[in-house]
Design a protein around this ligand. Structure first.
Ligand SMILES: Cc1cc2nc3c(=O)[nH]c(=O)nc-3n(C[C@H](O)[C@H](O)[C@H](O)COP(=O)(O)O)c2cc1C
Length: 462
């Protein structure tokens, strides 16, 4: 079963002919903002100023007591001793605005868009706004320790780079730049099967990066196994099996923009059939089942993360079929439109799993307090998709590092303000659902008033 027409991950017939080994394409010249849809642009535009090289992080720096950390600072870098980058003070929205300015409109829409009417896409972010944090005080917690170990991979913070396709649409270095930014932040990057740089090259570009590999199981199981072996040889330490894509969700922005394929110089390099072979189209496979997960379990020693689990019963099945972790995700609102927000799906899955395996989540995480909310509701870590793409498009490696640094600074600040010495200090009672509380209070008050009025009328003296 081949992927549907709206899947830009489909490779065109040209890819299926034998093609020479990938040659880095020339960097396209800058185009004006909102210029033609001709690929990545990091040149001068009418938006934010061009970005000089920014020193990346140094994990030797200690914790920060300063008021607001430089988003460009690396792991636990003290703001006072850090050179301040040109994006200092930027919020995540600023990165997105800069990305929108710099990207061809169809490419911006490809990254930003969701399936259908984008109900789920909007819900993912809105749900975090509905949740409020109730901090604990006077715990003497000090500066929080934010490192986590996930499936034997160490991350300096519980914020991972979620797998996203086509990074070379955002920056000529593509996934190489993202991997370097993730390595500098000391966190895990999940390399997409639909990456525009081969997983071996991603690993080579960022020695020391902790990489996991995301897999769309292909019906050609021999080919699937070759991809798994490539990920293993490249040094990936976990396999993230995407389970929510039996077909590709229809993204109406892509349909409107006529964005159905990568530009001619870009390919999904992990789909290349042999070093000099053609690039296969990615197949979204409706027959994919739990049996294939069990098959993968036998095929590789890598821990399996099942991505796209949202129903508690499926979380149980995933564990029964060998999953070492579960990633609660609605694919950033890009698959089934009308699903609940990912953060709203998390608690039931956490309850069902009951600590048997780590539960991760992604979708709508846009600030450090969102990370705290997800962790308080039971997530072991969160993934961020679009935010990293905005950083990459805004400023290449430094921009992606800036986004990760901003999230780290905000997360550390929020943890400190919540009185948490570490992730264990968070608990579910520290998150309030404001709408649920309002409904509960309204119902309680209405019932109380009705009962009071009824009693008064009933016992009124005649
Ligand atoms: C442009 C784009 C491409 C994506 N490509 C993939 C992919 O190749 N494989 C995958 O499993 N998920 C993919 N995702 C989904 C992400 O892994 C993740 O679930 C989602 O982006 C999280 O939502 P957020 O963008 O709000 O952080 C993609 C998401 C976006 C936005």
């Amino acid at each position: 079963m081949s992927s549907p027409v709206h899947d830009p991950a489909r490779t065109s017939p040209r890819d299926q002919a034998r093609t020479p080994p990938p040659v880095p394409p020339p960097v396209p010249p800058p185009v004006p903002a909102n210029g033609p849809a001709n690929g990545p642009v990091n040149g001068p535009v009418n938006g934010p100023p061009p970005l000089p090289a920014v020193p990346l992080s140094d994990p030797r720096y200690g914790p920060t007591h300063g008021p607001v950390r430089d988003p460009m600072a690396g792991p636990r870098g003290p703001a006072a001793t850090r050179p301040r980058g040109p994006m200092s003070g930027w919020r995540l929205r600023d990165f997105e605005d800069a990305a929108r300015e710099r990207l061809a409109p169809a490419h911006y829409d490809y990254f930003a868009g969701g399936a259908g009417e984008e109900i789920t896409l909007r819900a993912n972010e809105a749900a975090f706004d509905r949740l409020a944090l109730v901090p604990r005080v006077l715990r003497g917690a000090g500066i929080p320790e934010t490192g986590v170990t996930l499936l034997n991979s160490r991350a300096s913070m519980p914020v991972l780079v979620a797998p996203t396709a086509f990074h070379r649409l955002a920056d000529p270095q593509g996934e190489r730049a993202t991997a370097r930014a993730a390595a500098a932040a000391g966190t895990i990057m999940i390399v997409s099967m639909a990456a525009t740089v081969a997983v071996e090259e991603v690993a080579a570009a960022a020695p020391g990066a902790e990489l996991w590999f995301q897999l769309y199981v292909q019906p050609d199981l021999a080919f699937t196994e070759r991809v798994v072996r490539r990920a293993e040889s490249a040094g990936c330490t976990a396999l993230v099996v995407t389970a929510d894509s039996p077909v590709m969700g229809v993204r109406e922005r892509d349909v409107r923009n006529g964005f159905h394929d990568l530009p001619a110089h870009l390919h999904c390099e992990n789909l290349r059939d042999g070093p000099d072979g053609p690039v296969r189209p990615i197949v979204m496979w409706p027959e994919l089942s739990w049996e294939h997960l069990a098959m993968l379990r036998r095929m590789t020693d890598l821990p399996l993360v099942v991505k796209g689990v949202t129903h508690p019963a499926d979380a149980r099945l995933a564990i029964d079929h060998g999953a070492a972790a579960i990633l609660v995700s609605n694919h950033g609102g890009r698959q089934l439109d009308g699903m609940p927000a990912a953060i709203d799906l998390l608690p039931d899955v956490v309850a069902e799993v009951a600590g048997a395996v780590p539960v991760l989540m992604d979708g709508g995480v846009r600030r450090g307090t969102d990370v705290v909310k997800a962790l308080a509701l039971g997530a072991a870590a969160v993934g961020v998709g679009r935010p990293v793409l905005w950083g990459l498009a805004a400023g290449g490696e430094a921009g992606a590092a800036g986004v990760l640094g901003l999230l780290r600074a905000q997360f550390e600040e929020a943890m400190t303000l919540c009185g948490c010495a570490g992730l264990a200090g968070l608990s579910r009672d520290m998150v309030r659902d404001m709408i649920r509380d309002t409904v509960r209070d309204t119902v309680r008050d209405t019932v109380r008033d009705t009962v009071r009025d009824t009693v008064r009328d009933t016992v009124r003296p005649c």
